[in-house]
Write a protein that binds this ligand. Structure first.
Ligand SMILES: Nc1ncnc2c1ncn2[C@@H]1O[C@H](COP(=O)(O)OP(=O)(O)OP(=O)(O)O)[C@@H](O)[C@H]1O
Ligand SMILES: [Mg+2]
Length: 480
């Protein structure tokens, strides 16, 4: 479960940065932020902007290859040079406007550094976004016309990892080009079919099957009931009402609470329930090498918009997206400006363990989140006892109740941990009975560990929705 070592440090650093940028927000960026930034650079260094170089290069090539043919220069979609599109959109493919795609010719463009990204698709690792230059060829079989589009995509600068693409095309063929771009977009973007598992965006696995049962989540029943009811009411009645009011049916819930209180578990159990109700579940993971980027949220939204089924969208650790340049965009999402338009309804379930950060910017601004549920640490002895019984399972003895008062104010993960540790102690002594003394020792040693380590449980936070990952033990705890 909890990753330790460097990756954990990275995550903590990320969090710190998120917190810092939240407290000292940079100036709000406008839509053409990137272009302005470049212009600013140009004034300083007198360097042409990258898209200008692309256009200059493409113009020269056009004149060599298609002398006397008029053209227009357009912003193009970076998805056309994506390797997935290049592999899947095959020559011979029919396009709107009675046209046919005939294939591509790679071009050598000294202004572009050819470079590809890669990611996991299902079980395979494949090349994806690619910077490069191409002549895309088309024909219109009916009239025997042949034409090409000169295309170039490149990165703007070191900071912004977005490809920018331009194309030179004869204006009368714009419709065919638009159809080709749309086709490339469709094959590159994730397609969601109805399936029995959770669709993951980011992360190393494409799908997973949640196994947490609703009854496994031990929390105050009225809180569980409220969360469950909110989601069900949205899908059963809310979606229609939103639509009648001409609103995008998009509801946003936030689960906020300190680490280890069961937020991920709640998400997993709700994901399982949603699948049983034949809804689609999309989970945005910040745990792959790209971290928490807005691009992932966008991909998730595209997937959701194409889903055409009621969808549960889970975004864990939403605070991690609220940093730097991405912050304004995520706030746009929360404000509904960039909502995924899925007529069947999308419910976003986000989690955070920085409720205090969320508080200022979002909590106090009505409309950004429809509802915030605080997932608390164990608030009373009755719940602590239920949790302890659950995790002691067959080893439970009534005498174990004596440790219950010490469990109040701790998160659920603490109880699981001490129950496990007490069993380990029994195993070391080759016993199958867990004595109260063993349990008590476990509580004390974990409390001690937490004092030494700062927040021990926070460091063990799971990185994804792996519902029941193998439990890794930390050195030190076993040595008591
Ligand atoms: N309310 C709970 N009921 C039952 N088990 C719990 C509960 N809370 C925590 N646990 C146990 O602790 C583990 C960790 O909890 P979980 O990952 O759901 O916490 P979290 O709130 O998502 O933490 P974080 O904020 O660090 O992501 C769970 O897999 C489960 O075994
Ligand atoms: Mg979690």
């Amino acid at each position: 479960m909890g990753q330790q070592g460097p990756s954990n440090n990275r995550q903590n650093n990320r969090r710190r940065r998120a917190l810092k940028s939240f407290l000292n927000p940079p100036r709000r960026r406008s839509g053409n932020y990137r272009i302005r930034k470049q212009r600013h650079k140009r004034r300083d260094k007198d360097v042409p902007m990258q898209y200008e170089r692309l256009v200059q290069w493409a113009t020269k090539i056009w004149k060599e290859r298609n002398p006397d043919k008029p053209y227009v220069t357009i912003w193009a979609s970076a998805e056309c040079s994506n390797r997935i599109a290049q592999q899947q959109v095959k020559p011979g493919r029919r396009l709107k406007g009675r046209a046919r795609y005939e294939g591509l010719e790679p071009l050598d463009a000294p202004v572009i550094v050819p470079i590809s990204d890669y990611s996991a698709r299902g079980k395979q690792t494949v090349l994806t976004s690619t910077a490069g230059a191409m002549a895309y060829k088309f024909s219109i079989p009916e009239s025997g016309e042949h034409f090409e589009v000169i295309y170039a995509s490149s990165y703007f600068d070191d900071d912004v990892q977005d490809l920018t693409a331009i194309a030179l095309v004869e204006e009368r063929y714009l419709e065919t080009w638009a159809a080709f771009e749309a086709l490339c977009g469709r094959v590159v973007r994730p397609r969601i079919q109805r399936r029995r598992d959770v669709y993951i965006i980011g992360g190393t696995d494409a799908f997973f099957d949640p196994v947490v049962e609703w009854s496994d989540v031990i929390l105050d029943e009225s809180l569980k009931h409220d969360i469950f009811d909110d989601i069900e009411a949205f899908f059963s009645e809310g979606v229609d009402i939103y639509r009648k009011l001409k609103l995008t049916p998009f509801r946003k819930l936030l689960l906020a609470g300190v680490p280890g209180t069961g937020k991920t578990m709640l998400c997993a159990a709700l994901a399982k329930h949603a699948l049983n109700r034949r809804r689609i579940v999309v989970y945005v993971s910040g745990s792959d090498r790209d971290g928490a980027t807005f691009e992932k949220i966008q991909r998730a939204f595209q997937a959701v918009a194409n889903a055409r089924f009621p969808t549960l969208l889970i975004v864990e650790e939403i605070d991690a997206y609220l940093r730097g340049d991405d912050k304004a965009r995520i706030l746009n999402v929360l404000d509904g400006i960039e909502s995924p338009n899925n007529p069947k309804g999308t419910l976003m379930l986000a989690t955070t363990n920085y409720p205090e950060v969320i508080d200022d910017r979002i909590f106090k601004r009505p409309g950004r989140l429809d509802r915030i549920f605080i997932v608390p640490t164990i608030e009373e002895e009755a719940l602590a006892e239920r949790m302890l019984r659950h995790y002691m399972a067959e080893q439970w003895l009534d005498d174990h109740r004596v440790v219950v008062p010490k469990l109040v104010s701790q998160p659920g993960a603490f109880v699981r941990e001490i129950a496990l540790h007490a069993r380990m102690l029994a195993a070391h002594e080759r016993k199958t009975v867990v004595t109260t003394d063993m349990l008590d020792k476990s509580v004390d040693s974990l409390l001690k560990q937490m004092r030494l380590d700062g927040n021990f449980l926070a460091q063990r936070r799971p990185l994804g929705l792996e519902a029941r990952p193998p439990i890794r033990r930390r050195a030190g705890l076993d040595d008591v």
